[in-house]
Structures are given as C-alpha cells and as structure tokens.
Design a protein around this ligand. Sequence first.
Ligand code: IMP
Ligand code: MG
Length: 180
Amino acid sequence: MEADIEQILFTREQIAERVKELAAQVMGVYREKDLTVVVALNGAFVFAADLVRNLVEHVEIVFVRARSYGDGMSPQHEVTVEICDDVEWDGRHVLLVEDIVDTGNTMQRLMAELLARGAASVRACAFLDRPTRREVEVDVAFVGFRLEGPEFVVGYGLDLAGHYRNLPYVGTLRRELRGG
Ligand code: IMP
Ligand code: MG
C-alpha cells in the first residue's frame, strides 16, 4: 500500500498537531453550548475519531452518510443523505465533520439537510479543503489543511475506491494508479 504513494503531503505527526489545534479552536467556539458532532461517513471516520478525543467537553456523536462519489475519481453531483441515528435535531448546535470539501456539493447538501431538520446552528469542519475546485459556496468554519493543487489525495480516511483509508498520513498516488 505504501508503495503506491508518490508524495506524502501531511505526515502523521503534522496531522496530530493540527487536529489538536483544531479541537482547541472548536472548544473556544462552543464554550457553554452542548455540541453534537456529526460525522460524514465514510471518509471522516479517522479524522473525527482523533478530533473528538481532543474535545474535553460533553459531546454527542451522530453518523450520517452522504454519497457523492462513485468508485472513481470524478464527482457525481447528486448527493444523497442518510442519517444513521434517530435524532431530535431541534435546537442542536452541530459541528459537521467531513474528510474533504472539494466542489462543496456534499457539505452544502449536508448543512442544508441538518438545518432543515431543525438544528439551531451548523458549522462545517473539514480535515482538508480544496477551494480551487469549488462549484458552490460553502462556509467552512474549521479547516485542517488547505490543498492548493488539484491532485487527488488518499489516506487518513480518504479513499480511492475504498482503499487507502487506513494510511496514517495523506499523500498523492503514483501516476499510473490515478486513472482518469
Ligand atoms: P464534494 O462534494 O465535491 O465537495 O466532494 C466531497 C467528497 O468527495 C468527499 O467527502 C470525498 O469523499 C470525495 N473526495 C473529493 N476529493 C477527494 C480526494 O482528493 N481524495 C479522496 N476523496 C475525495
Ligand atoms: Mg469518499
């Protein structure tokens, strides 16, 4: 698996440090408020697991599934949302955790869905942000790392056709594996 990686962009250590900083930022914003952390499956599971263990306040954790990609690397713009837990959303302050905001379609759709169900506030927290590919405007309150280029990345929850999620760092794939 490691042999498939062309370049490591963010190491395990850099990620751990950044996630701690993000958690501190999050706690600063939600002081005195009960927080519901909504984890967008599957990609955000690694990031969310590290993030919530750095939040030293009470939080509730809810899982949702948003499907926007097939098995390949090109986006499919229809996003379907499935909420995996039975939740009363009224009045909740939600931190919506995603692996990456790319075109923005998934995050926009998820935020709209949770607000429509009655959440009092929804803020987006993305491990990665790639603003150069944005198609819809979305306010990402918390960002781990910004990607400047268009390269597809894997690791730390991010996959290609279900693979590489368990890499402890983020990297680009070797050219011959990237497909088209
Ligand atoms: P968006 O709706 O275009 O913002 O895409 C969001 C989803 O696309 C993310 O949750 C990822 O699952 C997937 N995605 C976008 N870029 C990448 C990437 O570079 N690597 C892996 N998955 C990606
Ligand atoms: Mg994905």
